[in-house]
Write a protein that binds this ligand. Sequence first.
Ligand code: HMG
Ligand code: MG
Length: 307
Amino acid sequence: MSLPTQVKLIDVGPRDGLQNEKQTVPAAVKIELVHRLQAAGLKEIEVTSFVSPKWVPQMGDNAEVMAGITRLSGVRYSVLTPNLKGLEAALALPRAAWPDEIVVFGAASEAFSQKNINCSISESIERFAPVVQAAKSVGIDVRGAMSCTVGCPYEGEIAPERVSMLAGLMRGIGVQRVDVADTIGVGTPLKVQRAIDATLQHFDMDHISGHFHDTYGQALANTLAALQLGVWNFQASVAGLGGCPYAKGATGNVATEDVVYLLHGMGIDTGIDLDKLIDAGQFISDSLQRPTNSRAGKALFNKRTST
Ligand code: HMG
Ligand code: MG
């Protein structure tokens, strides 16, 4: 079994993690979280989303958060933009606060596409096409998130052919890399591998990342299964924060701390300082007044405080 020797993690905690939070999280806390993640060695951070504040009120402070970050060179900051309006809002900021990468987000499930972004899959692609073009024309990279690649809260199991179809559509409009997302965490390793194989029909391994929610406790197993195929880019959320507002019952992404513990334990380099990452997880958990969802974070924090 040959595994990648290096893995790049994108922490999506400030966006995917916090978007579903019922309590208002102040922009200052979001900014501090980004600062702590980059101090821990994260080289990619999904900061916020430029979506409708009526749909996702928690992300309504997107401009303030983007403008408030003190950037570290070598770190890539991304934001979600579902349409031109979102991209225009991101580009209305001073240039220094522009994202390095935007994310258009589609789904392999028609029903989820409707619930999440209020249009069909083909309408979403039509909507994304000018966003992709406009972003690239000003030097901003484009990632495509593909939701429900193994299962959908409304349609149930999703066939790999539908994942391949979506990946092909994303590729066709110029998306540069894609996330294979298990939005509701129902996937198991072989199903996740099939979704990745389907994506490989249109993107090479260097341009595919795994995005696994942990609702059924399968996310680390799915991460290992993806690693075994050669995937070396993953999204995870510090402290295991999160859930999608349009996927009822879905819990957070796999915790970044748990993925880092897994990878380091297998001798895979991430460039991340696990101790500092645990501090970042503790910071946001304390701010939200609840315990961390990271098993490794909890164990290592307890060990630290008991010695
Ligand atoms: P819509 O209602 O069809 O849009 O929503 P519309 O174009 O008809 O506009 C309606 C109103 O929204 C108008 O305002 C627009 O100006 C405004 P009004 O005239 O009523 O005052 N509007 C916007 N405002 C700010 N920013 C914008 C924007 N666009 C329109 N960009 C829309 C369509 C896509 C906007 C809406 O459905 C939406 O915002 N959806 C966001 C859903 C979302 O954020 N979901 C969570 C992220 S996806 C996710 O978590 C999955 C992921 O993690 C991967 C995985 O795990 O699967 C990525
Ligand atoms: Mg997600």
